[in-house]
Design a protein around this ligand. Structure first.
Ligand code: GP9
Ligand code: MN
Length: 434
């Protein structure tokens, strides 16, 4: 009888891809910036409102040949929202089927996460910059178990007066006021920036609004506000890139940008549909699923050879992908349930936390199976039924293996050959010394 760990390792052996792909090592040894674009969905990219691009800078990154971009990349978060996205990107496992893994397990979970892997295998230092309190989503405890050396939370910035909004320091200030800490980090570093301004209910102080950007005039303040905070977020990232260029950091860095989950919930569909040139009366839950796309971009300044990759994938696939573009040794020794986005042997099955899924051919939303044009397939042929059943099995297995790892904290019993288990006591974020 196999132990739980053996079953997990068997799954990973047959599910992980280990081909050397086109971009293997393309960013080896570079500083890694991870920019978490809060609540930013793919449909914002390329959108024009009243003749103005909503996110001109992100559009330029997306279309640049210095960027490997994805247009069928989906968020796969559960109730843990931002914290589920962080968990997927840095541990290669899903959040929980309910609640937040960070909150319920994070304080004493055994992680073998990206900051620790990159530090031990490639000598990276690591930091998170986030304008909210350290205890939100239990991050101050989780990050120590992930091996983050530094966590520059709200206590490191001046958040007085109108400098903070909603969940913390406004994004333009986060990128600017964190520079004095970033410049102290030993290179190469892995630095994650978690933005907050583009967060429900998407309000902006008047003096943060761009007078040249005229947002939509739908019946929903949420929808109208969303494009304003999208635009603000875009300006924040542009200003950060100006710093990267001026400081020379752009030369030896790779910038990973991703949207963490949807921003507009389907309660606003009536107002959103016309903005997307859709008829609100024809909107189905297939359309809702289509909007679960979020941007994922790997931008390497002054490098050429990128392009838009149409593979179907999601947040669970980011870790195996980054391990390869950074050329980390023997990437398959690190437990994750994803598949390298750059490997064309991928099964292109995107599992959602609620057991729904999407592939290039079909998608399942609740009790409906849709074709890729959004038509419900009322009567599946035997052949289609067999295909759909196989996809569902893959989805259930991927989620079950992930839940076994997290619910039973199985990494206590498996340590990669050259990995030293993390000792959380080593980290003290209060005075910023790792
Ligand atoms: C909280 C911020 C927002 O610090 O990350 O989190 P979310 O509400 O998206 O989970
Ligand atoms: Mn979020």
């Amino acid at each position: 009888k196999k132990t739980d760990v053996e079953k997990v390792l068997d799954y990973i052996d047959q599910h992980n891809l280990n081909d050397v792909t086109k971009y293997q090592g393309v960013a080896k040894g570079k500083n890694v910036f991870v920019i978490h674009l809060e609540s930013f969905q793919q449909f914002g990219l390329g959108m024009q409102i009243n003749g103005q691009e909503v996110t001109p800078f992100l559009n330029s990154l997306y279309n640049s040949d210095s960027t490997i971009a994805f247009d069928n990349f989906f968020n796969q978060v559960g109730q843990g929202k931002t914290s589920d996205a962080e968990n997927m990107l840095e541990t290669g496992t899903f959040g929980l089927s309910s609640g937040s893994l960070f909150a319920s397990h994070g304080s004493d979970q055994t992680f073998q996460a990206m900051p620790a892997i990159l530090h031990q295998s490639e000598g990276y230092s690591s930091a998170v910059f986030h304008g909210n309190n350290a205890s939100f989503w239990n991050r101050n405890n989780v990050y120590k178990n992930m091996g983050y050396q530094y966590f520059f939370d709200a206590s490191y910035y001046d958040t007085s007066g109108d400098k903070a909004m909603g969940y913390g320091l406004k994004d333009k200030l986060l990128f600017n006021d964190s520079i004095k800490y970033l410049e102290r980090l030993q290179q190469p570093f892995y630095a994650k920036y978690i933005t907050v301004t583009n967060h429900f209910p998407y309000t902006l102080d008047d003096n943060d609004k761009d007078p040249n950007f005229q947002t939509t005039s739908t019946t929903s303040d949420i929808v109208n506000g969303y494009f304003e905070t999208n635009h603000y977020l875009d300006q924040s990232v542009r200003e950060f890139y100006q710093y990267l260029d001026k400081s020379g950091l752009a030369q030896n860095s790779v910038v990973v940008l991703y949207g963490d989950h949807y921003g507009i919930s389907n309660s606003e569909n009536k107002a959103l549909a016309p903005v997307l040139n859709k008829n609100p009366d024809e909107w189905t839950d297939w359309d809702d699923q289509q909007l679960q796309r979020v941007p994922f971009m790997i931008n390497i300044p002054n490098w050429h050879g990128g392009g838009i990759n149409h593979t179907y994938g999601g947040e669970i696939d980011v870790m195996p992908t980054l391990l390869r573009i950074l050329d980390v040794d023997n990437p398959n020794q690190y437990v994750n349930v994803g598949q390298n986005l750059l490997d064309d042997k991928r099964n292109q099955i995107v599992a959602f936390r609620n057991n729904n899924w999407i592939t290039p051919k079909y998608s399942r939303v609740g009790s409906n199976i849709y074709d890729n044009q959004g038509q419900v397939i009322e009567k599946l042929t035997k052949q289609q039924q067999a295909e759909v059943d196989k996809i569902q099995d893959e989805v259930n297995q991927q989620l079950n293996v992930s839940d076994a790892i997290n619910q039973k904290d199985l990494l206590r019993f498996y340590t990669p050959k050259h990995f030293t288990p993390i000792n959380a006591q080593k980290y003290n974020y209060a005075n910023g010394l790792g």
